[in-house]
Design a protein around this ligand. Structure first.
Ligand code: ZN
Length: 262
């Protein structure tokens, strides 16, 4: 039996995603996703989803590694339905997580249209708000990430790293580390290519043994170089009028039955 959330009849809503820069992004509707439209911004030629992908999604519905699921889904939509997608998966894994997420938004629009309805709980009064918005309003333009990231550390050494990818993200989740510090160690081990005169790959203990100030410098360099896609929604509660921001779960696009909390 599906647990039902008391959704208020009076729905609030709107203000979709925070928009960045670009004025007039609200222009809606016109775009009913033509194939290969430029807003994907990543050069991916995605086709709309088919029953192959619906069935795939049902097999992974319980997999907590949503990053891996999203990578797989996109890879499958880069090849004809049911075809071997292993090479395509390498392509997707090489994207930054932000570019991968932008591609997911594009795939959703292409497959199921622009309109999305989502339910979010008000942090003030706990009322469930039904939020409806138009995906065409999202600015998916992302900067191309640098091929390598150079930074000068506080001990005056220069470090070279590469920007973390959607593949790194999925692998990190798969490792199942429970501490944030351990996750940072894992990611730095994977992405640090040079430190001063020394070339990587470095053993994990070498990264773990770096002074915190140096690790922090490396982490900040990676964060600065990684493109970000802002998918948070501005919502005003229909009940108490509180304005709040809610993260938008992209996975919910494709898994309508896996509603949060059920
Ligand atoms: Zn409220």
């Amino acid at each position: 039996m599906a647990r039902s959330t008391p959704v208020a009849e009076s729905e609030t809503v709107m203000s979709p995603f925070h928009r960045r820069g670009r004025s007039g992004a609200a222009a809606t509707t016109a775009a009913r996703s033509e194939p290969d439209q430029p807003e994907l911004g990543d050069g991916l030629r995605l086709r709309p989803m088919t029953g192959f992908e619906e069935e795939f999604l049902e097999t992974v519905i319980a997999d907590p590694n949503t990053s891996r699921t999203c990578n797989e889904l996109l890879a499958r939509c880069l090849v004809p339905p049911g075809a071997d997608h292993r090479a395509a998966l390498d392509t997707v894994r090489a994207l930054t997580p932000a570019h991968r997420d932008a591609a997911l938004v594009g795939l959703r629009r292409r497959s199921l249209g622009d309109r999305v309805v989502s339910q979010v709980e008000c942090p003030g009064c706990s009322a469930t708000n039904e939020v409806e918005f138009d995906l065409s309003a999202i600015d998916l333009a992302l900067d191309t990430p640098p091929s390598s990231v150079r930074c000068r550390l506080e001990d005056d050494r220069e470090a070279v790293l590469r920007v973390p990818t959607a593949g790194d993200q999925a692998d990190l989740v798969a490792v199942g580390l429970t501490s944030d510090a351990a996750r940072r160690t894992w990611m730095l081990t994977r992405t640090l290519e040079r430190l001063g005169e020394a070339s990587g790959p470095f053993p994990e203990d070498a990264i773990r043994g770096l002074p915190t100030s140096i690790r922090r410098g490396l982490e900040e360099a990676l964060a600065d170089a990684s493109p970000e896609l802002d998918l948070s929604m501005s919502v005003q509660c229909y009940s108490c009028r509180l304005d709040f921001t809610s993260p938008f779960e992209i996975r919910g696009f494709f898994l309508p039955s896996s509603r949060a909390g059920s």
